[in-house]
Write a protein that binds this ligand. Structure first.
Ligand SMILES: [Zn+2]
Length: 241
């Protein structure tokens, strides 16, 4: 076998390996897996936001409670004065009664605020429960997807390893300069070698000069297509066209 024949076989296996990599990248299972990861992240974000909201409501709760206690205390003080019998004038009595009335009104307002707050917190907690359930279900879906994906990847990896082993058997036959050339063309073209097809480059379809074609057939040296830079190749045993 000539160097270019080895390289041709090498390329065939190399392309199959590329195909497997594409399959891995574009696998529906991989898309499904990423979808379930996105879903989980969204639910986690929602939970984080809800927990923040609940925290804020807790601060409001503490503030209302603090107000409630201080109003209750001043109410108690006024009532003590009222019950002490130390009141000397109607004016003083009026003032105390006015303060008691005000304090009672404030307490009613605080109770109302508290009722509204409790409703808000209940609805936040319910939302949190719903999303927590979603998260748990999402995790199960993710685990199943992950299992399926890992299994498929393992299968593809095994095929890849087999192909690579076969490809590398040709690799050892190739000289380093040719292999380097191959790798360098591979950076810009998926297929490095192009077969001559009806006097044209099989890679870019450019018409080739008959001298170029003859040189390729003679297999004297490595010839690249002037237009696309691929290594031109002509299979042995094929009749001249
Ligand atoms: Zn070409």
């Amino acid at each position: 076998m000539e160097q270019l024949d080895y390289l041709w076989n090498y390329q065939e296996l190399d392309l199959k390996m590329d195909e497997l990599n594409d399959q891995k990248k574009n696998s529906p299972l991989r898309k499904e897996l990423y979808r379930s990861i996105r879903y989980l992240k969204n639910q986690q974000k929602n939970i984080e936001k809800l927990n923040n909201d609940i925290d804020k409501k807790n601060h409001v709760y503490n503030r209302i409670l603090h107000d409630f206690v201080s109003i209750s205390n001043s109410l108690k003080q006024e009532e003590e004065v009222l019950n002490s019998g130390d009141i000397n004038s109607f004016k003083q009595l009026d003032q105390i009664e006015k303060k008691i009335l005000e304090a009672e009104e404030k307490l009613t307002e605080k109770k109302r605020e508290l009722t509204v707050l409790m409703q808000d917190m209940n609805s936040l907690n319910k939302k949190l429960q719903v999303i927590t359930t979603r998260l748990q279900k999402g995790k199960k879906v993710y685990e199943k997807n992950k299992e399926d994906y890992d299994l498929a990847v393992k299968e593809l990896d095994n095929q890849y390893k087999e192909l690579k082993a076969k490809r590398d058997r040709y690799k050892v036959e190739l000289n380093n300069a040719l292999l380097k050339k191959y790798e360098s063309i591979k950076n810009s073209h998926a297929t490095v070698m192009a077969e001559i097809d009806q006097d044209r480059c099989g890679g870019c379809n450019m018409a080739l000069a008959s001298l170029v074609i003859q040189n390729v057939k003679d297999n004297a040296r490595v010839i690249e297509c002037e237009n696309c830079g691929r290594i031109l190749y002509s299979r042995k045993g094929e009749p001249d066209s």
